[in-house]
Ligand binder design. Structure first.
Ligand code: CA
Length: 114
């Protein structure tokens, strides 16, 4: 498992931003890391842009592992869904926060409909 310092930030971001805001932030992160021409995150785009995300200390091997870890269809690149799922998988706390937010949103909806 790749260690990401980044992952510690996610639960804090999630609490601050709420569910939709968090997804937006993840998408923003995705756009920062992706190859603008191909529209996916490749090892090259990751290497080029990782400093923007504070990931400059990661070795090429660690970045490759991150892609391998998240790549579900085996094309060697991360699309947006794969990236978001990877972020959630790397940060189990984030999943708790997301479920929490979901629960709250459901409660709000229930109250709203009464
Ligand atoms: Ca893929």
């Amino acid at each position: 498992m790749v260690h990401l310092e980044f992952q510690d930030l996610l639960p804090i971001m999630a609490r601050k931003l709420g569910g939709d805001g968090l997804i937006n932030e993840l998408c923003k992160g995705y756009r920062m890391l992706m190859d603008g021409d191909k529209g996916v995150i490749t090892i090259d785009s990751l290497k080029k842009n990782s400093a923007l995300m504070g990931l400059q200390d990661f070795s090429e091997e660690e970045l490759k592992n991150m892609i391998r870890e998240g790549d579900m269809d085996g094309d060697g690149a991360l699309d947006q869904i794969e990236f978001c799922i990877l972020m959630f998988r790397l940060s189990p706390d984030l999943l708790d926060v997301a479920q929490d937010l979901l629960h709250k949103a459901e409660q709000q909806n229930t109250v709203h409909h009464k």
